[in-house]
Design a protein around this ligand. Structure first.
Ligand code: SF4
Length: 171
């Protein structure tokens, strides 16, 4: 299969060995000012956590076929799609995983953006919804956005929005 331009880059063992398995690049970060903040649970559906804080792609060798949104690190770095301190990336450019204390401070802004922008359909629905339940104390579901022209993530054709699950049988 011919790979697309965003899927092309180095594949040698030295290149592969640089990965720290932090999982940051496989999270969808929320833009906040000039930063991009990682939200735990908001990640590609193929991302697996082998041990606390140690991540791996479940389809790594076949990822460009199964996950067309996935960018090779060589392409992702200059676009800011990797961690800001990633060995493959451009120093200072990219997604940031912040401390719990800072995340709590940023959360009202992140939540507002998540509610209005939604998330791409390729994220892990169960992990994301569980994280939102833990943050808000409410049950949520993901439903397709009605306005398909409003798609902030160009590599995914379907954007999903959060909708509260009603606990009332009459609602
Ligand atoms: S398909 Fe790509 S974005 Fe998804 S987990 Fe694998 S490497 Fe990460």
């Amino acid at each position: 299969m011919t790979s697309l331009s965003h899927q092309q880059g180095a594949t040698d063992p030295a290149h592969e060995d640089k990965c720290r398995r932090c999982g940051v690049s496989c999270h969808v970060a929320v833009p906040l000012g000039d930063r991009a903040i990682v939200v735990d649970g908001l990640h590609c559906k193929f991302l697996a956590e082998d041990a606390p804080g140690v991540f791996a792609c479940a389809v790594y060798t076949d990822r460009f076929a199964q996950a067309p949104w996935c960018h090779h690190a060589d392409v992702a770095g200059p676009l800011g799609y990797l961690g800001h301190d990633c060995p493959y990336g451009v120093p200072g450019l990219g997604k940031q995983r912040v401390s719990d204390a800072e995340f709590r401070e940023l959360w009202p802004h992140l939540w507002r953006i998540l509610r209005s922008w939604g998330v791409p359909n390729f994220v892990h629905h169960e992990h994301f919804l569980a994280a939102m339940h833990a943050r808000t104390g409410r049950e949520w579901e993901l439903v397709p956005m009605s306005d398909l022209s409003d798609q902030p993530f160009a590599t995914d054709t379907q954007q999903m929005r959060l909708r509260a699950v009603s606990t009332s049988p009459h609602a």
